[in-house]
Design a binder for this molecule. Structure first.
Ligand code: G6P
Length: 369
């Protein structure tokens, strides 16, 4: 097992550090920015169908559902097709309205999640086209779908998903770009620029991983916290949810992720000097708004741990701890911003003596209801 961990103390840490490679593997052979080429062979025949779809339904559970939420923002922005993101377990039991013009994207690392599989069968029986985004080749979900693209992240052993999440977002981004190009919903120059930016993600993730020591220091300060709040807006809202999920899964600290503006409708009541608030405040179209959210937290004496874009000067004046990540455009930021949050939860869990790779009560793959 020590050999399999490749010198890391835990599979989770190894998998976090593998991300420049796993994202690179996911993009390889599919994306060539210089040539303006992007091809996901597995969905090639279904691109036109998706361009003409009435809507896209995304179905998943857990971390894969968070990747689906990021994809909602990306598909709507790039493709201008309405998207709904569904928890597989809710979708399958509520007599959902689905028809032949719907395209369903089912996301699953393991490809074996019982609820996701059942939701796929239901949507299929109503005539929808099903596209899979799976990591495990030959898995039940990969076989149950009409078409799909693998994430090629390699085996993920840690129960808390890390590299599968970033690979899922990478595949979903490529899907959205392929569909947008076919539809003509993105300008040629924007499309080209995004291809280059996507190609730069592994390098930027590698840079974000250099924050590891800093996150270990921050973890020391907050390891005994009883609650955490995670805030983000726009593309980074699902990142807040994922950051909170990572922390609760492996450290057993109660954590909530929230869209930053919703804070005033509830969570703000919880904020006092005991409450660490992780804010994803990178430079994007929501930046000015999130600056005010940080001010609201500080006014109530909350401790702000802010993830910001390199070179930001405004948030560092207010935040207690500042984590600088490389800049990238809004839609791709989740791939970078999630890295420090994975590392923070990892270090806190280790310091609390938790079983990081196999947290209590959780299973890597939930094959029963
Ligand atoms: C379990 C795992 C999570 C995972 C979720 C969905 O809860 O512990 O890490 O995100 O199932 O699994 P899937 O294999 O369908 O992505």
């Amino acid at each position: 097992e020590a050999i399999e961990k490749g010198g890391y103390d835990h599979f989770m840490l190894k998998e976090i550090f593998e991300q420049p490679k796993s994202i690179g593997d996911c993009l390889r052979g599919r994306l060539q920015a210089k040539e303006g080429k992007l091809v996901l062979g597995g969905i090639f025949d279904y691109v036109t169908k998706t361009v003409n779809a009435d809507r896209i339904l995304i179905i998943a559970c857990g971390t894969s559902w968070h990747a689906g939420l990021v994809a909602e923002y990306i598909f709507e922005e790039f493709c201008r097709i309405p998207v709904e993101v569904e928890y597989a377990s809710e979708f399958r039991y509520r007599n959902p309205i689905v028809n032949e013009k719907d395209v369903v994207i089912a996301i699953s690392q393991s490809g074996e999640t019982a609820d996701t599989l059942a939701a796929i069968e239901l949507a299929k029986s109503k005539g929808a086209t099903i596209i899979g985004v799976c990591n495990v080749v030959g898995s039940s979900i990969a076989r149950a779908t009409h078409a799909g693209s693998y994430t090629h992240a390699g085996p993920e052993i840690g129960v808390a998903s890390t590299k599968a999440f970033t690979a899922q977002i990478s595949v979903l981004t490529m899907m959205a770009l392929m569909i947008a190009e076919k539809k003509g919903s993105l300008s040629e120059s924007k499309y080209r620029a995004l291809l280059f930016e996507l190609e730069s993600v592994p390098e930027k993730v590698a840079k974000a991983l250099l924050l590891n020591d800093q996150l270990e220091e921050i973890a020391k300060v907050f390891k005994d916290a009883r609650n955490f709040l995670y805030l983000g807006r726009g593309f980074n809202f699902p990142v807040a949810l994922e950051g909170a999920l990572k922390l609760k899964e492996i450290s057993y600290i109660h954590a909530e992720g929230y869209p930053a503006a919703e804070m005033k409708h509830g969570p703000i009541a919880l904020i006092d000097e005991e409450m660490p608030v992780v804010v994803i405040a990178t430079k994007d179209s929501s930046y000015e708004k999130i600056v005010s959210n940080v001010q609201e937290v500080k006014a109530r004496k909350g401790k702000v741990i802010a993830v910001v874009s390199e070179g930001d000067t405004e948030i560092p004046k207010m935040a207690d701890y500042v984590i600088e990540v490389p800049h990238i455009s809004d839609a791709l930021m989740p791939l970078i911003a999630v890295i420090p949050l994975q590392l923070l939860s990892y270090h806190i869990a280790v310091m609390r003596g938790c079983n990081v790779d196999q947290p209590r009560n959780l299973a890597k793959s939930v094959t029963v209801e």
